[in-house]
Design a protein around this ligand. Structure first.
Ligand SMILES: C[S@@+](CC[C@H](N)C(=O)[O-])C[C@H]1O[C@@H](n2cnc3c(N)ncnc32)[C@H](O)[C@@H]1O
Length: 249
């Protein structure tokens, strides 16, 4: 798939109403609890300026503004989110971010770096936006070995996770861009909890009637099969979830 198609596919997948119903407000493993953990690791202080790259529905941007008193610029390929106090949204590409250089105290990117076709360009953009001493907080899907064809199909279904990398590869890309890793945590169990949540919501939807599922073009049997595959990949350590903090020197 060429890069433009990957981006279009990913943006379209995450703008689907079914995603909001199945995932809730936060489109990443760990939900708001992991977002708060990331914000704490970034040591955010009121008045600071933060960029949220690939901000999705804007839940993180609003949380950071409301709970940490920072001002947030959110960027996503999908232009659907709306401005709220302390938060401004900008339609844009993570590989060419429409925001100024050396202007941000912190930058967050949750569950999206793995989807960018040109990770080197995105990492360079992160470094460009941050002021010297500014911090990047990233959470993302990791892999420990190449995904089997079965799992690549699954990855495509989850929407463009097929380009997830080992944590060492993410660290290498960030460090090549001038961002030095200062902290790392594993949150693999967060993926399992997210899969459980999706399954529970699907069960409720089935009970509510198949009409809604038909409208959302979701095949419950296929979803259940994919959930099972994903659970096994987490259990055998193939897929994980990581939190990284890096500082611009
Ligand atoms: C898994 S969702 C995560 C959204 C949000 N960060 C969150 O955790 O709730 C991935 C997001 O990345 C966005 N995205 C994918 N590729 C992008 C790109 N090249 N530039 C900007 N946004 C992108 C998608 O539109 C989607 O909103």
């Amino acid at each position: 798939m060429d890069p433009a198609t990957v981006k279009a596919c990913c943006a379209a997948a995450y703008s689907h109403d079914a995603v909001a119903v199945l995932l809730g407000d936060s489109y990443h493993p760990g939900g708001l609890a992991l977002t708060r953990r990331l914000a704490d690791q970034l040591k955010l202080r009121p008045g600071q300026r933060v960029a949220d790259v690939a901000c999705g529905p804007g839940t993180t941007a609003r949380l950071l503004a409301a709970e940490y008193g920072v001002s947030v610029d959110g960027v996503d390929l999908n232009p659907s989110t709306v401005d709220t106090p302390g938060v401004r949204f900008h339609p844009g590409d993570a590989e060419q971010i429409p925001l100024p250089s050396n202007a941000f105290d912190a930058l967050v990117c949750e569950c999206a770096f793995c989807t960018f076709p040109d990770k080197q360009a995105a990492a360079a953009e992160f470094a460009r936006l941050l002021r010297p001493g500014g911090r990047l907080g990233l959470t993302d899907i990791t892999i420990t070995r190449h995904l089997t064809t079965e799992l690549t199909g699954l990855a495509g279904w989850i929407a463009c996770l097929a380009d997830a990398r080992p944590v060492s590869a993410y660290a290498g890309l960030l460090s090549d861009a001038g961002l030095c890793i200062t902290h790392r945590e594993s949150h693999d169990a967060a993926i399992s909890r997210m899969l459980d949540q999706i399954e529970a919501r699907l069960t409720l939807l089935r009970i509510a009637g198949a009409d809604w599922l038909d409208a959302a073009r979701l095949d419950p049997a296929a979803v259940a099969r994919h959930l099972d595959l994903a659970r096994r990949a987490v259990a055998d350590g193939t897929i994980g979830y990581t939190l990284l903090v890096a500082e611009k020197s």
